[in-house]
Design a protein around this ligand. Structure first.
Ligand code: GLA
Length: 337
């Protein structure tokens, strides 16, 4: 396989050496099917699902580490860093976590004790192998006046489940960089909520070191100005910034069209232009941005094929379905010459 990959082209991670790491989200399948592409261009990995709560502890005290272990071993073998994703989230967390063994309503102390035990077990296992953890994912609400999203975590444990999660993680691995990670991070209303949450954590001396901007963007949204403003605002809190889940959908969120067999020329060009603008911005702020991770690696596999429209093929990356560079790749590389 290795020989079939075009190794005459610049390596993406080398082009940004000394500025930020270049990451990809992977799963058990893509580390096989995208192996050569991954090892050639990327120096950081995130498990797409394999480190989520339901995958690591599907039943109380029953830990299933095999798949996550394999991804970490793959990264180690190829000298790549690993971002840990994610410890505390309202999604992909099994129901048992929020149910009391006796059947009565779950209480705060039990929930926090379970959270602590999960964090200690998981973070300890990968201590020294994970440079950053997404400790809390998506705890901020998208709309309304409420800062925090309604969730079982919030209902049962109250708002300081967030601070506790960071404290437990820091105690388990004092060297890992600890992140709060969210989407719509560049939308002004939500940006201000994330800002105020992180600011209040800092004021309470909670061990938080960074903000993860997921970066699920498209050809029009968010605007470059809004992204810049989000970066500025978060950096002003003294936070390290990671772009954690970058993909650039060729469709607007509302676009329900399915059945397109390939991206149109206009899409490919506009996508390249957007990617170039984003990376120009990341370079400009590389003092703060230390890692840029795509939520996948190439157009043959993306969660966007089934979100938000099931079966709508998407082409959100800078490598095509055959793992060849798209125009976006070359436009990004141009910034580094
Ligand atoms: C969110 C999560 C990711 C992933 C994506 C969709 O952004 O943080 O883990 O589930 O949604 O794939």
């Amino acid at each position: 396989m290795t020989s079939s990959y075009n190794n005459q082209i610049p390596k993406l991670y080398e082009a940004f050496n000394g500025q930020f790491l270049i990451g990809a989200a992977v799963n058990a399948k893509t580390v096989v099917t995208q192996r050569d592409l991954l090892t050639y261009h990327f120096n950081s990995l995130t498990a797409e699902n394999e480190m989520k709560f339901e995958r690591l502890q599907p039943e109380e005290e029953l830990y299933t580490f095999e798949e996550a272990d394999r991804l970490v071993a793959f990264a180690k073998e190829h000298d790549m860093g690993v971002r840990g994703h994610t410890l505390v989230w309202h999604n992909q967390t099994p129901d048992w976590m929020f149910e009391h063994p006796s059947g009565r309503a779950m209480d705060r102390n039990t929930l926090l004790a379970r959270m602590k035990s999960h964090i200690e077990t998981v973070v300890n296992r990968y201590k020294g192998m994970i440079y950053a953890w997404d400790v809390v994912n998506e705890a901020v609400s998208d709309s309304g006046e409420q800062v925090l999203r309604q969730s079982k975590w919030l209902d049962i444990a109250g708002e300081d489940f967030i601070a506790r999660a960071f404290e437990y993680t820091h105690a388990a691995d004092p060297n890992a960089m600890l992140f709060y990670n969210d989407y719509n991070e560049s939308v002004p209303e939500k940006r201000e909520k994330i800002y105020s949450l992180v600011k209040s954590l800092k004021e309470k001396d909670v061990p938080i070191h960074g903000i993860g901007l997921q970066g699920h963007w498209n050809l029009e949204h968010p605007t470059l100005d809004d992204i810049r403003e989000a970066i500025e605002r978060y950096a002003r809190l003294g936070m390290m910034l990671h772009i954690t889940e970058l993909d650039v959908s060729v469709f607007n969120f509302e676009d329900k069209r399915t059945g397109l067999l390939a991206p149109t020329e206009v899409m490919v060009e506009r996508q390249a232009e957007r990617y170039q603008q984003f990376f120009e911005l990341f370079k400009e702020y590389s003092e703060h941005i230390t890692s840029v991770t795509f939520w996948g690696a190439a157009d043959d596999y993306t969660w966007l094929d089934n979100f938000p429209v099931y079966g709508r093929k998407n082409w959100p990356f800078i490598f095509d379905q055959q793992h060849q560079p798209k125009q976006a790749f070359w436009d990004i590389i141009d910034l580094t010459r």
